[in-house]
Design a binder for this molecule. Structure first.
Ligand code: FE2
Length: 192
């Protein structure tokens, strides 16, 4: 049985980037539904005792993949934010971003452009390859870069349910606002 994660912050502290109202629906309704759905699908299946990441790697396109992927994606998404974030990467991650994009701002611009350019619902991801190089990918639906052998580090949710209550159709405004609450300490820990 998978459990709905608890948010590591009070529901109103991420405002105005993410309102308490949005969190109430996004975490309390949408993510809860993915958890409930997966828990109904797993009993008696070959995925029953696997960790979440392994289910996402192994399940073919369909309900098990979609619900497991959405749980993994949302867990990583919600846990990367803080109202008192480390506002920029440091150390090895900062050096790698500098090497590949020349500046943090150039990286952020490409990340947001790929999020805005993803047609329909999905996720934009920063991941690490085995050699430590970084890659930005667009993943439609419940996609997660673990299915490509990458290590996911940072993600922005571009499903409308993530931002419609606060930003209506202004996806770019939502994505740019998220930079103010990304805790790069969490992203650096994932990069280790
Ligand atoms: Fe979402």
């Amino acid at each position: 049985m998978f459990q709905l994660i608890n948010l590591p912050y009070a529901p109103d502290v991420l405002e105005p980037a993410i309102s308490a109202h949005t969190l109430e629906f996004h975490h309390g309704k949408h993510l809860r539904a993915y958890v409930d759905n997966l828990n109904k699908l797993l009993p008696g299946s070959e995925y029953e005792s696997l960790p979440l990441e392994d289910i996402v790697r192994k399940a073919p396109a369909g309900p098990v993949f979609n619900n497991a992927g959405q749980i993994l994606n949302h867990n990583m998404y919600f846990q990367q934010f803080s109202h008192k974030p480390q506002t920029a990467p440091s150390g090895r991650l900062a050096a790698q971003i500098e090497k590949q994009w020349s500046s943090l701002d150039a990286f952020k611009a490409e990340f947001v452009a790929k999020g805005v350019g993803l047609f329909g619902s999905g996720w934009v991801w920063l991941s690490a390859a085995e050699d430590g190089s970084l890659v930005i990918t667009q993943e439609p639906g419940a996609g997660n870069p673990v299915t490509k052998g990458l290590k996911p580090l940072l993600t922005f949710d571009v499903w409308e349910h993530a931002y419609y209550l606060d930003f209506q159709n202004r996806r770019a405004d939502q994505l740019n606002a998220l930079w103010g609450i990304v805790d790069w300490k969490v992203v650096e820990e994932r990069y280790r």
